[in-house]
Write a protein that binds this ligand. Structure first.
Ligand code: CDP
Ligand code: MG
Length: 839
């Protein structure tokens, strides 16, 4: 607005404020800010209102009134029958016994680190997450400051934010959204009177974007810091800067492991308080013990001898079985693959060769069956690697005569992407005679406590589920857990009575586990983090990250910045471009974000949603060892485009049609496709679409996917735009072709790629998402693209300067083409860029 108009608006507002009579007192208790305009930058600035003294008193009066009401309400609940019963449960938790000491530590210090005092069996769900925030709220309410406090407690995952807030609200005899609420992306339950908010760490970071000083917030509680997620580490840097400016703001850190010194010294020697836990003893069995218990023994030549079997069969009055049981053979295979002779080899190599999938399902089924038939009552918690394993195991168990019988077994799953309505079942105790079995990811290690758990099965691996693409984490491979995680898993069995834990791997592998897991900031690409730092205007990326709890290597930071310059979100000076602004609003890998933006702009979003989702889940094309040829033949129906990415699109579309006719499963079976991956793609497509609607790139009212065109070239263009600089040049020989990238020279195609079976590629380039180095460099996936697509959508043309310049498109063209052709292409692209710039 012109400055003169702004002045008139301001004058008008001021008049309203002073002449209450004109507004019938409607605006009393409110005060207006001012709008002004910065002539230099054309920015309109909103100045916060300064409440006149009378208003301040008025607001305080209302808040005090409200605080009194809150106190009365709290007292009434605590005196009611239900309330007393709830208090009885709460006071049984170890944290409750320390209530006074906890509150006094918080009042005496600005920063306190709380941790559970670990026993050999691990930590116990001692009440940090549910009780600590509640203690603060209760004590504020008791001292009639209830309406003045504003407590925010962050959780690393959506599901824990929701489930904990529900639990705390019910412990306070309230509905969600009264004094206790939650907020996660695209969902929330928060009212005018909410003074304790559980949210994901991402939500608090986003709030910082709008309000750097966290105005009005009185307490920040960062939970599960031991997990060392990227967002939490990031938040701690921001808070460390903020706290000196907000001396009255309290920061409380909570960890389930004993490494509190690190956090304490990061905050210049913050106070540490241990909350003693309690666990019943847990009997631990490693694979060798499990084998022995079931009557097997490992012979010196790595064979499993079922020496006890005969005795067991005789005891049960059954004839001994001739054939070795599937478990014994599976364990034998796994031992052989890992070259693990006698359960005593302690090398890193055996860790990487040991494949729990070989034995996993059969062994788990066997142990579960044994527990159901012979063991005392108590829930069973099975730690699986990831979401897809959980689903696959569930399908297997559902058709089992005992485990699939719903009158005997209540089979539940627990992972970060499940609906909140599903969760409550996990906490409830089943009817007498029914055994509860929960298949869970590592989320049940600390974030979620299954209170009646007595038996734990631990497969030893963990993985960020494919849904974590949305939480800034690219799809990770399954990795071995740390010793601390194994201990946490074990501890879950000893909560209510002495328990049993079955580790489905030999003890020697456990001994080779690392002590702690490497923090996320040190093991994942930093591109998304760099984008976030820029969008929060936190200054130089390297300087900011050098102040982290454990700062990433500078090379990793430089790589990330260089990459962002090449693919477009950063300009030469590390400032956000327009593309960058949009990418900061899409919580996923920048390359996926770029593809989706392209799809939305060029109206070909539907297939691109599938491509982006396909890149975030496990390869949907299955290739069983004994049916490789059949599987390959099935895949070839989808692969006429010289593109692995388009093959996924075609397979998905076929599946979608089959689902309509209710034959989705059959379709997957016949075509060697993973039904789990198809379902995961389906779910991710919906998430991606809602994100694009959220930021206004797709009309929010439409139910369609913004698609006018299925033109294959356009889809190739989008894939090229997203995957560049993952690009290699195709060199044709007489009978076949070879591939070259600039960094690695000659590269090879992975045998599963559709292009690996071709003798000719009708385009000069392949773009790819992933390359892996074994002995040579292999491209896992690829899509063939033409010169013109690379020219138009292959990032910035400039040759750039410094080390990264070869990755710029100009460098590529020069490297692979005849000078005359390269020059011509460069000048075309330069003219185009100039044209766009001038328009
Ligand atoms: O954070 P910490 O692991 O110390 O424990 P917590 O999450 O506060 O859980 C304390 C206890 O509250 C658990 O052991 C459960 O018995 C109970 N709880 C529950 O019943 N339902 C929930 N959604 C969360 C906790
Ligand atoms: Mg907790």
């Amino acid at each position: 607005l012109p400055i003169s108009t702004l002045r008139r608006v301001n004058a008008y507002l001021e008049e309203y404020q002073t002449q209450k009579s004109r507004t019938n007192g409607r605006f009393s208790g409110l005060s207006f800010g001012r709008l002004s305009s910065n002539v230099d930058t054309d920015e309109v600035i909103f100045e916060q209102p300064k409440p006149p003294a009378s208003n301040k008193a008025f607001v305080e009066k209302i808040l005090r009134q409200r605080s009194l009401e809150m106190r009365d309400q709290q007292q009434a609940w605590q005196e009611s029958l239900e309330g007393r019963r709830m208090l009885e449960f709460r006071s049984s938790l170890p944290a409750y016994k320390e209530k006074e000491a906890i509150l006094s530590a918080i009042s005496r210090n600005q920063i306190v680190v709380f941790l559970s005092n670990q026993t050999e069996e691990g930590e116990t769900g001692c009440g940090k997450t549910t009780q600590l925030p509640q203690f603060i709220l209760e004590s504020e309410i008791e001292s009639v400051r209830g309406a003045f406090c504003n407590i925010i407690c962050t959780q690393p995952r959506r599901i824990s934010a929701i489930s904990v807030s529900e639990r705390v609200a019910s412990e306070r005899g309230e509905k969600l959204g009264e004094s206790v609420g939650y907020k996660v992306r695209l969902e929330g339950m928060k009212g005018r009177d909410t003074h304790l908010l559980f949210c994901t760490t991402g939500i608090l970071l986003r709030r910082l974007l709008a309000d750097r000083n966290l105005k009005g917030v009185t307490h920040i509680i960062v939970d599960e810091i031991h997990e060392r997620g990227m967002n939490e580490d990031f938040l701690l840097i921001v808070l460390k800067d903020l706290l000196p400016h907000r001396p009255e703001l309290k920061l409380i850190l909570m960890s389930a492991t004993p490494d509190a010194e690190l956090f304490s010294s990061y905050f210049n020697g913050a106070a540490i308080m241990k909350i003693p836990g309690f666990t019943y003893p847990v009997r631990t069995h490693f694979l060798e013990n499990i084998l022995e218990m079931s009557g097997y023994r490992l012979t010196s030549d790595n064979q499993i001898d079922d020496y006890g079997q005969e005795r067991i069969w005789k005891m049960n009055k059954q004839a001994p079985r001739k054939r070795k049981s599937p478990i014994a053979s599976a364990v034998e295979d796994a031992l052989r693959a890992a070259d693990l002779k006698d359960f005593s080899l302690q090398t890193q190599e055996s860790l990487s060769c040991w494949n729990p999938d070989c034995i996993g399902f059969n062994l788990i089924e066997y142990i579960l069956c044994n527990i159901c038939e012979h063991e005392r009552p108590g829930a069973v918690l099975v730690f699986m690697t990831g979401w897809d394993d959980i689903n696959a195991l569930k399908e297997k168990l559902l058709i089992h005569p005992i485990l699939g019988d719903s009158s005997r077994v209540l089979l539940l799953t627990c992972h970060s992407s499940m609906a909140s309505s599903e969760q409550n079942l996990i906490f409830e105790e089943p009817e007498d005679g029914i055994r509860k079995i929960v298949l869970a990811t590592n989320i049940a290690e600390t974030s979620i406590t299954i209170s009646d758990c007595v038996f734990v099965l631990d497969c030893g691996k963990a993985k960020e589920s494919s849904y974590d693409a949305l939480n800034n984490t690219p799809c990770l491979l399954p990795t071995w857990i740390s010793k601390v995680s194994a201990q946490q898993r074990r501890g879950r069995a000893g909560r209510v009575q002495p328990g049993e834990c079955y580790h489905l791997y030999p003890r020697c592998l456990h001994d080779a586990f690392t002590e702690y897991q490497l923090p996320e900031i040190l093991r994942t690409p930093l591109q998304s983090l760099c984008l976030q730092i820029k969008s929060l205007k936190l200054g130089s990326i390297s300087e900011f990250l050098s102040r982290a709890l454990q700062s990433p290597e500078m090379l990793a930071v430089q790589n990330a910045i260089e990459y962002l310059k090449i693919i477009g979100p950063f300009d030469k000076n590390e400032n956000l471009t327009i593309l960058g602004h949009y990418l900061t609003m899409l919580p996923m890998e920048p390359k996926l974000g770029k593809m989706l933006i392209f799809g939305a702009i060029f109206n070909c979003l539907d297939p691109i949603l599938t491509v982006a989702a396909g890149l975030s889940v496990r390869d949907p094309f299955l290739s069983p060892l004994d049916k490789k040829d059949l599987a390959e033949a099935a895949k070839s129906q989808f692969s006429h485009d010289h593109s692995d990415h388009l093959a996924v699109v075609r397979a998905y579309e076929g599946w979608k049609d089959a689902e309509m006719d209710l034959i989705g499963h059959e379709y997957c079976w016949n075509n060697f496709l993973s039904a789990q991956s198809m379902k995961a793609i389906d779910a991710l497509r919906i998430e991606f679409l809602s994100l694009l609607k959220d930021i206004g790139l797709v009309d929010s009212n439409t139910t369609s996917c913004n698609t006018w065109s299925y033109e294959v070239h356009l889809i190739r263009a989008a894939i090229c735009y997203g995957l560049y600089p993952g690009i290699c040049f195709v060199v044709h020989n007489e009978k076949s072709f070879s591939l070259k990238t600039m960094e690695d020279g000659q590269v090879l195609l992975h045998s599963n790629s559709v292009n690996a079976r071709e003798t000719k590629i009708p385009y000069p380039w392949l773009v790819f998402n992933e390359k892996i180095k074994v002995n040579s460099v292999f491209l896992r996936d690829s899509t063939a693209v033409s010169d013109s697509l690379v020219l138009l959508f292959g990032g910035s043309i400039s040759k750039g300067d410094g080390d990264g310049h070869l990755k710029m498109l100009g460098g590529y063209l020069e490297f692979f083409m005849k000078p005359a052709v390269a020059n011509m292409y460069q000048s075309i692209r330069q003219k185009l860029d100039d044209f766009i710039q001038n328009k």
